[in-house]
Design a binder for this molecule. Structure first.
Ligand SMILES: NC(=O)c1ccc[n+]([C@@H]2O[C@H](COP(=O)([O-])OP(=O)(O)OC[C@H]3O[C@@H](n4cnc5c(N)ncnc54)[C@H](OP(=O)(O)O)[C@@H]3O)[C@@H](O)[C@H]2O)c1
Length: 282
């Protein structure tokens, strides 16, 4: 298993990123020793999981600081994603939030800067800030998170809106609502989805059918849940772990090939949506 053979996903601007990245929500709060969490992120880089997703919200900046420590000396290997909180997402607020994130992350540039979710500040204002940050070299791409189809249509209608790089949303076997509308909408436009909480924060792992299919492949339920996601085109999954052993497992999800029997069994246990429903968020 080398870092080079990892599947990648192409962003609209033409750049490839690893289809399996690393989430960070919940790190830096003492669940695991800090050294383990840093070692886990660094091991993920060694194994080619070079996209790291964080946010100014996580631990009120503590997680960005931990990420900054983990990637110190290895910045060039990382595709770094962070997010601005919606109440900071005014024109000047976004620029100030970005500067704070850069400092905590100990870097000069963020690769992808996302609006974490949408609130009342007009999208055009946030977009204007994103464009200025790109011109200033502080971010390379921008995108959104927790945007449903109507929000996506709105952003595309704005001047400059077509350069949105991704939409990061909740997507896993128990949260398949986006397959009805948002996912096809994104596929039609070759816009990758970043699937957050890909193992439903661990709640998915005790499901008997997931365990059954995983046992047939001689892998863990977490690996199976990730394999189900990353077998799809234009999906980037960002599992979070502070446990180095779990990083190895998660990376090995690419080695699992699900056949029709597996997929049918999973579809019966986790049915795809038959009608549209509002986007779910965690
Ligand atoms: N944009 C948004 O609004 C939004 C919302 C939620 C999440 N996110 C992003 O998505 C990332 C992932 O989502 P998440 O953290 O909510 O949940 P998740 O990745 O679905 O699940 C994390 C949990 O799974 C465990 N785990 C990971 N790999 C495992 C394995 N191989 N075997 C067993 N357990 C395993 C972790 O424990 P251990 O540490 O012990 O392995 C942790 O408790 C976040 O960290 C964040 O970066 C974004």
């Amino acid at each position: 298993m080398s870092a080079n053979d990892i599947k990648s996903v192409r962003l609209p601007a033409g750049e490839n990123v690893s289809a399996l990245g690393q989430g960070t929500w919940g790190l830096a709060k003492g669940t695991h020793p800090r050294t383990d969490e840093i070692a886990a992120l660094r091991l993920g880089l060694d194994l080619g999981m070079t996209l790291i997703d964080t946010a100014e919200m996580y631990g009120d900046g503590d997680v960005e600081e931990l990420v900054g420590e983990a990637i110190a000396g290895r910045r060039d290997e990382v595709f770094l994603v962070t997010k601005v909180l919606p109440h900071n997402a005014s024109h000047l607020g976004t620029i100030a939030a970005c500067n704070r994130s850069l400092k905590r992350l100990r870097t000069e540039q963020i690769d992808l800067y996302l609006l974490h979710w949408r609130e009342s500040i007009p999208l055009a204002e946030t977009l204007k800030a994103f464009e200025e940050l790109i011109k200033a070299g502080k971010i390379r791409h921008w995108g959104v998170s927790n945007f449903d189809v109507e929000d996506m249509n709105e952003i595309l209608a704005l001047s400059g809106g077509a350069s949105v790089a991704t939409n990061q949303v909740l997507y896993n076997l128990t949260r398949r609502g986006i397959e009805f509308d948002l996912l096809p909408w994104c596929h039609e436009r070759s816009l990758p989805i970043m699937a957050y909480s890909p193992i439903e924060q661990g709640r998915l792992l005790s499901h008997p059918v997931l365990r059954d299919v995983a046992a047939r492949h001689n892998v863990t339920p977490a690996m199976l849940a990730l394999a189900w996601l990353v077998r799809q085109e234009e999906i980037i999954a960002i599992p979070r772990t502070g446990t180095p052993g779990h990083v190895r497992e998660n990376r090995a999800a690419f080695e699992i090939h699900l056949d029709h029997t597996d997929l049918d069994q999973l579809d019966r246990a986790f049915p795809p949506p038959k009608e549209g429903r509002p986007l779910e968020m965690l």
